[in-house]
Design a protein around this ligand. Structure first.
Ligand code: F6R
Length: 366
């Protein structure tokens, strides 16, 4: 049932070229400019005229929501707020009929997310769900939605569900952007073509596995780890840190790279590994400076870079090269080495990666 893999988590990491493809199948064909999602079509006018989009979720799904904030604001120019469902539900939030709430949940059973939906409904907002489990409570509680087609996720640490969520949210941002006229046709077409190449680029990123095992061997005994990223890679830094914490029990924190100098930089010494996502995008030059700041304090830099980069490799202790893509789609690639790094470190520490201590696959109590 683990398909020859030692753990479900590893199997699910390796399934991502397929699960990403399955999440866009039938919804997008670049060659014929086909871009359609039945759940959106019904509510197209609502989306096009929305005042605001509020995303509610927990954990890894909340990180996918953060990626969506960048995507929807950039491509569709609608203000987006991303909320922890547990905070939103108790905050007496300001909501009305012109707001759309997008709830993201792999299991579709997360108690806080479900309660946030009920609250938003009572205030008249339209609720759109993105769930992986068909017929789940959240899928049933929403006005409309789109399933991620990641297939069953057994490992407690979410991997393929995250990339499936980001894929579906990318399609949604592209659809709303094109309907609103904020995403021009040529740019839309370029993104569609690029999105179609992502499954094979994920496949390439998975080939880094052996290289990542060697890095994991060197860092498996650390007590702390920092993850840095900016722009589209900031949520990926948070997700990388969460993956490491939950399965290896190493204390890890993710930050927007520039925020480091406002406090976390005090933690950096020659013992501290700093994983930096430094791919070629609009914040690349800024991240180069952040890497210099870490090296000046003798931190150990593990850098995720775009293939062919020479600047960061000259400074970093370890370099992991991933394929080039549009910055809008980069989280789908940059998260892969971070999933593998956490997995291997956890296995080397003898942890139960599929069922980490204190965690359950779906959190049905608040
Ligand atoms: C992280 C993880 C959790 C879930 C969170 C939300 O690997 O598994 O943080 O992402 O409990 O779960 P869903 O998406 O089922 O609502």
């Amino acid at each position: 049932e683990k398909g020859g893999y030692e753990h479900f988590m590893l199997k699910e990491i390796f399934e991502q070229p397929r699960s990403i493809l399955d999440s866009m199948r039938g919804r997008m064909i670049a060659e014929s400019n086909h871009l359609m999602m039945s759940g959106i079509r019904e509510f197209e006018n609502k989306f096009v005229n929305a005042n605001r989009i509020i995303i509610v979720a927990c954990g890894t799904s909340w990180h996918a929501g953060l990626v969506a904030e960048y995507l929807i604001e950039d491509l569709a120019r609608i203000p987006v707020e991303v909320e922890y469902a547990s905070e939103f539900r108790y905050r007496n939030p300001i909501l009305n009929e012109k707001d759309i709430v997008i709830a993201i949940s792999q299991s579709g059973e997360t108690a806080d997310t479900l309660a946030a939906i009920e609250l938003a409904k009572s205030k008249g907002a339209t609720i759109f769900g993105i769930c992986n489990v068909v017929g789940s409570s959240i899928a049933r509680a929403t006005d409309a939605g789109a399933y991620t087609h990641a297939g069953p996720e057994i490992g407690v640490a979410s991997t393929k569900a995250f990339t499936a969520q980001v894929t579906v949210l990318t399609l949604i941002a592209m659809i709303i952007g094109s309907k609103r006229g904020t995403l021009e046709t040529t740019k839309l077409h370029e993104l569609m073509v690029e999105l179609e190449t992502i499954p094979s680029k994920v496949e390439e990123a998975l080939q880094l596995n052996d290289q990542i095992i060697k890095i994991a061997e060197q860092y498996k005994d650390v007590a702390n780890c920092i993850y840095l990223g900016r722009g589209y890679n900031f949520p990926v830094a948070l997700e990388g840190a969460l993956k490491l914490k939950e399965i290896s029990y190493i204390h890890a924190e993710g930050y927007p790279a520039a925020e480091m100098k406002h406090g976390p930089i005090a933690l950096i010494d020659e013992q501290m590994p700093v994983v930096v996502i430094a791919t070629k995008d609009s914040s690349y030059e800024k991240v180069v400076s952040n890497v210099q700041e870490v090296k000046a304090r003798k931190g150990k830099v593990i850098a995720i870079v775009t293939e062919g980069d020479t600047t960061i490799p000259a400074m970093a202790d370890h370099v992991i090269e991933i394929p080039e893509t549009s910055e809008h789609l980069m989280p789908l690639l940059s998260v892969i080495p971070l999933q593998l790094l956490s997995y291997h470190i956890a296995v080397m520490r003898g942890c139960n990666v599929d069922q980490p201590r204190n965690l359950a696959k779906s959190v049905t109590v608040e």
